[in-house]
Design a protein around this ligand. Sequence first.
Ligand code: ADP
Ligand code: MG
Length: 496
Amino acid sequence: MNCTKSTCGRFIETSTGEWEVVIGLEVHAQIISGSKLFSSSSTKFGTSPNENVSFIDAALPGVLPVINSVCIDQAIKTGLGLNGSINLISYFDRKNYFYADLPSGYQITQFYHPIISGGYVDIETEYVEEKTINIDHIHIEQDAGKSIHDQSPTKSFIDLNRAGIALMEIVTKPDMRSAEEASIFLRKLRSILRYLKTCDGNMDEGSLRADVNVSVHRPGTEYGTRAEVKNVNSIKFLTAAVNFEVERQINLLESGKEVEQETRLFDSSTGKTKSMRSKEDATDYRYFPEPDLPPLILEQSRIDAIRETIPELPDAKAARFQRDYNLQHYDACLISSEKEVADFFECALMSVGPDKDIAKILSNWIVGELFALFNKHDTSIVNSQISPQHMGELMLLIKTEVISGKIAKDVLEFMWETQKSPSIIVQEKGWQQITCSDTLTESLREVLVEHADKVEEYKNGKDKLFGFFIGQAMKKTKGKANPQILNEILGRLLSE
Ligand code: ADP
Ligand code: MG
């Protein structure tokens, strides 16, 4: 295939014409809850194998599941946060299949009547200003255990810690048209789930993973046959898997072959997908209503009470930051995408009064310098060594020109190291900006005397020496001179 456009654009163009890509995601999101969906075992990540396993999780005969109401509340909250409608009656079903890490031989899920129908997430991309990705439904199900095949040459091991943990499966409509849209959607979904505190979104721990359905077709014709890539557990892999599938499918179709509807696996070491099995039908699983559980019946009052607990979500927050603090749309979205960052921003701003100038400097400093510090120390906002109050104070020092932006970067480093307030650091180091025009005039006069020859050249038309004189004066003042005042005075001195 000979691509002239990346999959980010609307269509992909090859020598045979244009192709349109269609993507739908089935996102598995682990519900935040202390215990599992049908048992009281802990859901703690990283404990020793089979530490969190009860009779229910091991499917011993005669045990019965009891629904964990926290998990249901979390699913309702998620549904509300994603604009879905909560079904007052939903049911559980048995999905039958055999696998060593599924001791019961079936998974309890919701197939025919899920708890949430509909919903949507709005995204923005480089190509489309606003686009709605619709959600088909969200259902609740239990996770399976884990098979470990790489610890012994002759044995496989089973860890049932994960068995029975509650998942939400968030199924989108086939509304995405590129890898870019799919990854932006997944990022946005993760951000909302984290705001709601219903899923921690940690893809590297498997708390959020996506089955990625991809197909291609000629624009204006029916959707193509899709392949489903299972268990993609990072945004980077999502992009790679989609791009690989698109190229593979276009190549097949352009050479007169067909795309088979099948389940594929993404191999992160090669960046390729490979066939796992032909797509199974619902009938293969012999779904039937779960006989051990009654219908899940919800009171409207319960839903209303949960609605009250929904926090301000990223879009609303970004809009408010634009409205109240004059932030640019892009900055507002960046600051709002993580709740902890948004809280830090607002707390820092409030500590010095909601000043619009400071809001602008602050948002730049957070996404620029502060994030760079997090990177440098391989950490994140939750482990920030700089408090919002100190950050606010630093912004005030910049705005009131007590220190220059350049010096402020050094101050920020010291704030991280010492946890001292910026004013104290500036005082201790003697880093206050020099704005006194007498002092600056004196430094400049010295420079001009020391470089009398250059002054001559300047007067004969070598304009760019202006910067040289400024640089020399900066050196004399150890970088503390206020550059604006320095410029003004030099201009005056040179025209004398
Ligand atoms: P099934 O129940 O057989 O898995 P669904 O209709 O529930 O099929 O769709 C599963 C996922 O596949 C959904 O996320 C949906 O958006 C997506 N999907 C459906 N048709 C296509 C297609 N032609 N191309 C890409 N994705 C698709
Ligand atoms: Mg499916």
